[in-house]
Design a protein around this ligand. Structure first.
Ligand code: ARG
Length: 257
């Protein structure tokens, strides 16, 4: 996770972003609470320092995906505004013993923000950030079946804003965020596919994080919390509202290694 020392909305690359809207003191407090919650659940949290000029560096999910025990595929951001982040994260990953694979030029992928692992599949959300050809590229690097899901609503520009993997049986998703073909694909594949409604996705319910049998959920998502409770998980609320002002929630703030 990345301590939000220089976090602010300084540009607009998704419809959530309103320049200058962040209260930095509250943002830091919210982030510290999220770190403490993960630690209380037994997760080990490593912290990277934010660098000036990269306000979205706080979204630690986005800079790489795990491709093996200690191998990472480094992201390549669609927008110039985020490209420096990969340099800082690359240095951190290298110092911590990861082998780093890089993408060919002009191919974009934004890490854990737009990929989700489910069973032996790697889902990738394409349409806004990742390149259309990304599935082919990743398939050669990863021992999973790579499956592209086409995103069609720019409010849900990353997969983790509209799809949530609970476990091997259950995936939640917001159907209007996906093309018709992708909805069909998910329906054929996932035994228990549950729909979010618009209210859930506007409150970042899909941006939840599973830690063992606990699900860390953005405050306000009562219906979703009840649903996961009914499936045998313990919901824990966290408010990261200052980060939603940049289009990211708990899942985006968390690079899961
Ligand atoms: N402002 C950032 C962007 O648009 C937010 C990224 C949120 N990350 C995520 N995994 N959805 O790139």
């Amino acid at each position: 996770m990345c301590r939000p020392t220089y976090y602010q909305v300084e540009y607009q690359i998704n419809p959530w972003m309103k320049v200058g809207s962040v209260d930095q003191t509250i943002a830091l407090q919210q982030w510290q609470k999220l770190v403490r919650l993960y630690q209380s659940l037994g997760a080990k949290v490593d912290i990277i320092d934010q660098q000036p000029g990269s306000p979205d560096m706080v979204f630690a999910a986005d800079q790489a995906i795990v491709c093996g025990k200690s191998r990472l595929l480094l992201s390549s951001f669609r927008y110039q505004e985020r490209r420096a982040e990969t340099v800082y994260y690359q240095a951190w990953y290298a110092q911590h013993g990861y082998d780093i694979i890089t993408l060919p030029p002009d191919i974009y992928l934004e890490g854990g923000g737009e990929t989700q692992t489910w069973r032996n599949y790697l889902f990738i959300g394409t349409g806004f950030r990742a390149s259309k050809s990304i599935a082919r590229v990743i398939q050669q690097l990863i021992d999973k079946e790579v499956m592209s899901l086409e995103l069609v609503d720019d409010r849900f520009y990353h997969l983790d804003t509209c799809l949530f993997v609970l476990d091997d049986q259950t995936v939640f998703y917001y159907p209007p965020a996906f093309s018709k073909n992708s909805v069909t694909t998910l329906k054929q594949l996932v035994p228990q596919l549950i729909e979010f409604n618009l209210e859930d996705v506007l409150q970042f319910a899909p941006n939840s994080v599973v830690v063992d049998s606990t699900v860390v959920i953005q405050t306000g998502n009562e219906a979703f919390a009840n649903a996961v409770l009914g499936l045998g998980y313990t919901p824990r609320f966290i408010d990261v509202g200052e980060f939603i002002k940049a289009g990211g929630g708990a899942h985006c703030l968390t690079g899961q290694l």
